[in-house]
Design a protein around this ligand. Structure first.
Ligand code: RFL
Ligand code: PHB
Length: 400
């Protein structure tokens, strides 16, 4: 017999979406249980995003998660776009009336929220297996899992949030025929590294080079993060450290500018895709973050979207389970999908403008260069980039 308990909101996944949702619900007195199939250490070390929109930073501050972010986050007022041997600055503050972005790693957000939740006595079950969601056609959906000691649990919930990422189980648990999914693959991947060396730039450099895209970003004043476009099915074994630095020097290099090299502490290859599933809800099962949508990382939107989704979802669930009002829950999917599609377009646009197509189609190349010249010479075009990059439709959490 499984151990049977109750909670108000069952949350699948302790990524940024699931953890922050549990924190926001607790601020308004709504209980939740988070189940996660990886260990705490794994969740805290998984290298992913690093760039936060201003709205994301403001939200984290408002909900009491801004302390380390304010001390350690690196505020940037723009980015560099590099192509045809020239580097151009896009000044977000000047173009958008003062907007900015912040570098603060997803690993650090995950650590901050886990610490805050555990200090508040929350239940986060790491290293679970056999997660299942059931009774979805009722007002009391059930979350089942086996804990790390092999004990089976069944939690009767008032709602379940599927924050279990692209490979999770919640999206597939929706009734057959309900979901529409749209998808776009890209004929390249990103090879990403972390290196113990101070960044060679004050702000991010996005470089379109004839031999492939490269990005110079960072984590701290001592740690750099860099990415290279590689073929989609690339084998990481073909990229010893020397080759990576050589290619980064080649694709980012400019006369008079020096890319500093240092020990590589981590390297991995990530495929690129766009994916949107809709609606993001079936009755009392809600999808949030990568469970519902994926964007290629060129627009730096995935984490920001996940955080925006759960901000909207927390308010909807609070109204639903605390006040018995379904209006925000009914609007949840449409509210999120507006922002998701804006970010999907922007991420696709940045990706298409900056990567080299493996077929080297001269028509595509000429269009890319024309677009890059336009974005770096027209104030209107630069403003479009700046307002989308810094966050066009931020979700708002009501303080108090
Ligand atoms: P996550 O982070 O994937 O978390 C899902 C969690 O669910 C767990 N899980 C399960 N737990 C229990 N039972 C099951 N059956 C489960 N199945 C899965 C997983 O173990 C995991 O812990 O999703 P979430 O919370 O929606 O967060 C989304 C973000 O992680 C993602 O969108 C971003 O990292 C994307 N992204 C970026 N986003 C940005 O906003 N700015 C960036 O600069 C940025 N850079 C990036 C990125 C993603 C990258 N990769 C590797 C995909 C750079 C890269 C290279
Ligand atoms: C990162 O810091 O990892 C990062 C920043 C901007 C992107 C993608 C990744 O577009």
């Amino acid at each position: 017999m499984a151990d049977r308990t109750r909670t108000q909101v069952g949350i699948v996944g302790a990524g940024p979406a699931g953890l922050l949702l549990s924190h926001l619900l607790a601020l308004r007195g709504v209980d939740s249980v988070v189940v996660e199939n990886r260990s705490r250490a794994y969740c805290e070390a998984r290298q992913r995003a690093g760039l936060l929109e201003a709205g994301t930073v403001e939200l984290l501050r408002t909900v009491g998660l801004g302390q380390r972010l304010d001390a350690e986050g690196l505020e940037h007022g723009g980015i560099y776009l590099q192509f045809a041997g020239e580097r151009h600055h896009i000044d977000f503050r000047e173009l958008t009336g003062g907007r900015w972005v912040t570098i603060y790693a997803q690993t650090e957000i995950v650590k901050d929220v886990i610490q805050a939740r555990l200090a508040a006595g929350a239940q986060i079950e790491f290293e679970v297996s056999q997660t299942e969601v059931d009774d979805l056609d009722s007002d009391s959906p059930v979350l089942r899992y086996t804990d790390s000691a092999g004990i089976q649990h069944e939690i009767v919930c008032e709602a379940i949030a599927g924050c279990d990422g692209f490979h999770g189980i919640c999206r597939d648990a929706m009734p057959a025929g309900l979901l529409t999914t749209v998808e776009r693959g890209y004929p390249y991947s990103w090879l990403g590294i972390l290196a113990t060396v101070p960044p060679s730039t004050d702000e991010l450099i996005y470089s379109r080079h004839e031999d492939g895209f490269a990005l110079h970003t960072m984590r701290t004043p001592q740690v750099s993060r860099l990415y290279l476009q590689v073929p989609p099915d690339e084998d990481i074994a073909r990229w010893p450290d020397d080759r990576i630095w050589g290619e980064l020097q080649h694709r980012l290099g400019l006369p008079g500018w020096d890319l500093k090299e240092g020990p590589i502490t981590e390297k991995a290859i990530t495929p690129m895709r766009s994916f949107v599933a809709s609606p993001m809800r079936f009755r009392r099962l809600f999808l949030a973050g990568d469970a519902a949508h994926i964007v290629p990382p060129t627009g730096a939107k995935g984490l920001n979207l996940a955080i925006a989704d759960v901000t909207v979802l927390a308010r909807a669930l609070i109204s639903l389970v605390r006040d018995g009002d379904p209006a925000l829950a009914d609007a949840y999917s449409d509210t999120c999908l507006d922002r998701v599609w804006r970010a999907t377009h922007f991420s696709w646009w940045m990706t298409s403008m900056l990567h080299i197509d493996p077929h080297h189609d001269p028509f595509d190349a000429a269009l890319q260069l024309s677009q890059l010249r336009y974005v770096t010479t027209s104030r209107a075009a630069a403003t479009t980039l700046a307002e989308n990059y810094s966050g066009y439709l931020s979700a708002v959490w009501l303080a108090g």
